[in-house]
Design a protein around this ligand. Sequence first.
Ligand code: NCD
Length: 526
Amino acid sequence: MESGKNVFAGRTIHVVRDLSVDEQVYLYEKSRLIKEAFLAGDRREMDRFRLSDQDLCVYLAFLEDSTRTKESFRNAAKFHNVKVNDFTSAGSSFNKNESVTDTMKMLAGYSTRSIFVVRSRMEGVCRWLERAVSDHTKKLGLPRPAFINGGDGRHEHPTQEFLDEFSFLEQMNWDRSHLHIALVGDLFHGRTVHSKADGLRIFQKVEVDLIAPPELAMPPYYVDQMQRAGFSVRFFPSIQAYLDQKHVAKVWYFTRLQLERMGDQLLEKADKLRSAVTFDRTYMDRVLEGTSFYHPLPRHSATPTIPAFLDRTPLNGWDRQSMNGLFTRIAELGLVGGNLGADFAGESRKAPEFPDDFVEEVGVSESRKPNYKIGIKPVDNGVVIDHIGKGKSPEEIWEHIDKIRSILDLNVLSSHGVYYSATDGASKGIISLPDFARFDDRQIKMLGAIAPGCTFNMIANGAVKEKYRLRMPRRVYDLDQISCKNEDCVSHWEQHEHVVPEFHRSAENTFVCMYCERPHDFREIW
Ligand code: NCD
């Protein structure tokens, strides 16, 4: 057994990014050794990788159906000689409306160490449990349990991603310099293709061809993420259209249509959509020598996007791929269980930081006399919020003003309006609050989140004494008024998990839910 304190023990794997690129590569190297020992039947070598700890329990909590993910994790846990418990929602207190949070807290108290593998329709559930259950085990004096996301709604499926990347590496002979891949099928609902936006970063140069009719296209935020990571991305509405051009990939990754996640309108069109992403016999001679097809499986038995006639051709990469799930999952349990990682020498994942940078002091110009008024009377002392929604339409600016007033509860003597800016003629909103000095840091932060770009002016004796420009805070949380608009998010009130919503500012100046990672325009979170 490899021993020693390591950076992986007790870690939660909710999204692919929870492991840095170096950590992912380390996982693949260990998986490769485990696979070699397994195929050679080398028991002594295999023993080196076993956790062998009867006080450690792996809980398989699959609240949505699963075959491969669940059974490969079960076999991986048995390989490790640890306790393996199944938690099924049928026959449990879920039927008495118990929350997942309460259930997992309770289970975490039944073993000295626990690893939960969770599959759920609720998006972001592992990120939330990591926080809620760790607080609970701390009180009990137990080490924090690890949560492994076995697929959360339409969001991510990191452990499928790890086995997929391992399979691509095998095909590329472990050369990470370049990968050209075609992603085919239901790219809208498929969580395994969403995880590729991060998982493919192990390759230095990445070309991704997205093959899906518009109704099943990859959501724009994953496309953005790929482009920001430097991938070159192309779009095709069907396999036919893809093969009509010359630059065809040798790695094809198919997915099935996720019928269970579709509404009635899409379901009616399913046959037509499926035919655009189903491989046909007539395409055979246009596929390049050395190509492999992959699929996370299951294939639909009646209408597979990779038809059965391909099973016994050299294109079949999916059988080897599904077996790789065992080796990568043995390695994943070894990592978070703490017996792999002592020899890890790369860069570890950095926890995100949220320095307060939402207030920027702007110099007050002495030459220009401000003429802020309440009605027709100039403001002598108090606060003026200026540049609200500058450049937007008057309707939008009025909406900002209404939001600021109601969220900050500004029911005081004051005035507001939409005006043209004296400097450049663009529209902007102003709220004047004479004799008002009761803004605390929290309210100023809220103001930055509701009306980024506005200025906050403190007036004394008719002159602007201090002026600050506000921008979106890096992190907003613990505010009664904010909520994630994704109904499948663990933090959505309808899920009744009582999660405190939290949003992080993303690169495109939107707020991203920290649980389900759904991006929101800054106005949407209120
Ligand atoms: C995938 C999943 O559950 O997202 N299956 C799997 O884990 N192997 C893909 C799918 O269900 O289509």
